[in-house]
Write a protein that binds this ligand. Sequence first.
Ligand code: AMP
Length: 467
Amino acid sequence: MTFEALGLNTSIIKALTDAGYTKPTPVQEQAVPAAIAGQDLLVSSQTGSGKTAAFMLPSLHRLSASEPAAAGKTPNQEMQAARARGERPRFKAAQPKMLVLTPTRELALQVTTNTDKYSVNLRRLKAVSILGGMPYPKQMQLLAKNPEILVATPGRLIDHMESGKIDFSQLEILVLDEADRMLDMGFIDDIEKIVEATPDTRQTMLFSATLDGVVGNMARRITKNPQVIQIVSAANKHENITQRVHFVDDLSHKNRLLDHLLRDDSLDQAVVFTATKRDADTIADRLNIAGFSAAALHGDMHQGARNRTLDSLRRGQVKVLVATDVAARGIDVPTITHVFNYDLPKFPEDYVHRIGRTGRAGRNGLAISLVNHAEGMNVKRIERFTKQLIPVNVIEGYEPKKTAAPRSTSRPGGWKPGDNRGGAKPGQRTFSKPNAPRRDGAGAGGGGYKGSNPRSTDGARRSYGDR
Ligand code: AMP
């Protein structure tokens, strides 16, 4: 499938070619033609699937074909004219044609940057971010230019709506990006209020990791006869892999537990993932001394040495591979029964790639994360991404001194290939819920940068859809 076949205009296709995009992603293949036809969409897809382009490309196509903003002066020009007449200039509300709502500032900025890239040959269409944390005068200047596209976090947008700076009566396209996250963060009322302020004639596209439950209800309320598009992501494909978390108190506890788990009778071969190359070397050395046949694999090794290590793994001469994420995507050895996260990966996507090293060729696998108590949030982030719950396990004689949050399903004892009952399945969670939604959206998802923010009590400025 080509971008031409999706029906996009040549200016947009040229921008995509210049950006190095050669063909549409699966979500784009399905969403773009439907959106060009003006259909409402409910799309379940993850970050990384190309979802931004999936809603932005057809929107740019439609907006570039539609009438330019009503002839006349921009709010900026109106104000200048008023000044020239000796009158006190009154701010005229911006009248955007498209609104993209996002849960976080980072995502809003990313969407705006991508929009600039895709619309580089469409001079008339400009996108502006309206975000919490940005100085109001700067945003007023941006709004005064009457941009066609607004990309906004809900809280700040409501402020501007309430003070009459934005008028949605001309809005043609509304996008809710990562709608599930916005709802998790407690923005339902804001979203309802914003949707209410837009014309019924709008096209609505909602993107969300899930279309179930509250999101699904809202989605159906605000769309008309939507086309539903479900993209099965890599995150959904690991049903034959049992996942577990073991809490550890410190490094020595972690090492003792790893050694114990590596002696499991059911273990054929294992990959142990570390955060750093140095740790990969150190742990491989330590495991060799402890009697395991272990080898390190990381990006500082020459390609020849990496290939030799992988060959030894495939031939079964190496039982435990200790690797950095460089190995997370490439290894396809069906006899790997276990994956250990000695350190959690930086990004949830990498977790999915790592655990995918086991459970290959139709077999079952076991993925165990050794986690200290401070990393509980990172586990939750992974769970949110994979939409799977990871049970906590405790092994007799290796119990952490600190008790984990009451979320554990304790299942001591051995795991056998074929035994997948410990796998994380919806409904198995017996532990505490994610943070309760907070009005400033600080409750979920992590991230954010530090700074002072009068709205937060812990001194951490939230990067979410705040004001
Ligand atoms: P998103 O899921 O929108 O966050 O996009 C993930 C990444 O994929 C971004 O860096 C996009 O620039 C990139 N991307 C989106 N569509 C394509 C495509 N058709 N070909 C190559 N890269 C793409």
